[in-house]
Design a protein around this ligand. Structure first.
Ligand code: ATP
Length: 252
């Protein structure tokens, strides 16, 4: 599926945080949305998913406008959002979490069984732990579970917010292998990430945000991308809310 966001404007109360941002992601492509803390990346994902009302703009999936639909209806149109911070139901088992992931579809038990096998095929560790409470999983396994839960509805567009956050590098590698695999299977992936190196390892294109504006969208490599990344790394947006953190090499 193809995702397009056109001219999004949104914020919190009277504060505008996302200012006229347009993005597009083709099937089988990863677009990495980069920017420093507070640039408006997460807010952009919330607007696309419908969790946050927009003041202007449109969201389109395969030429169909979905910007006036509530979040659960956008899900039924093929959009999945994996929010930062492992949103799993900790007291429920791994398998219960996966079943909940498919709830919007009212699947017959056979179809549901097929989806579960798909998830376990992709993430064998979840099969081994399917009867364990999700809260007992490691951070990396919980991240896998939240991605697997989103995939239960077989989405065509996946929004991922900082999948590397809080994970050890070896585990981040596994998560990114999964992202690359989904891309190769034809998923359109919009990835928000602070870790530029990881994002660059899977991204075909990047978009760079600063203070709610999009500075750049285009190929992940080349002079344009390098200039846009340098701009945010040098702190051209330091005056912004939350934009004063020092730059660590390889991170924004
Ligand atoms: P981060 O990596 O820190 O999440 P980000 O680029 O995703 O950065 P956002 O989370 O979109 O940034 O936040 C953009 C701005 O909106 C920040 O100034 C932040 O303080 C503000 N903001 C975020 N969430 C809320 C909220 N619920 N209410 C009010 N302001 C918010």
């Amino acid at each position: 599926m193809m995702l397009e966001a056109r001219g999004l404007v949104c914020g919190y109360g009277d504060i505008t945080v996302v200012r006229d941002v347009s993005l597009s992601v083709q099937p089988g492509q990863v677009l990495a949305l980069l920017g420093r803390n507070g640039a408006g990346k997460t807010t952009t994902l919330k607007a696309i998913s419908g969790l946050l009302r927009t003041d202007a703009g449109e969201v389109v999936i395969d030429a169909e406008p979905i910007g006036s639909l509530p979040p659960y209806k956008r899900v039924t149109r093929g959009l999945a959002f994996v929010q930062e911070g492992k949103r799993v139901f900790r007291q429920r088992t791994v398998e219960e979490n996966l079943v909940l992931g498919a709830y919007t579809e009212r699947l017959k038990s056979r179809a549901l069984g097929e989806r579960l096998q798909e998830a376990y095929g992709r993430f064998p560790v979840l099969r081994d732990k399917r009867h364990d409470a999700a809260g007992s999983l490691s951070g990396g396994q919980q991240q896998m579970l939240s991605i697997a839960q989103a995939l239960m509805r077989r989405p065509g567009v996946l929004l991922l917010d900082e999948p590397s956050a809080g994970l050890a590098p070896a585990i981040v590698g596994e998560v990114y292998d999964t992202i690359a695999q989904l891309r190769d299977e034809g998923m359109a992936v919009l990835l928000v990430e602070q870790a530029v190196g990881w994002a660059a390892s899977v991204a075909d294109r990047i978009a760079v945000m600063s203070l709610g504006h999009k500075l750049y969208e285009g190929p992940a490599t080349g002079a344009g991308a390098e200039a846009a990344i340098r701009e945010i790394e040098l702190g051209g947006d330091q005056a912004g809310p939350g934009g004063t953190a020092p730059t660590v090499s390889g991170r924004l």
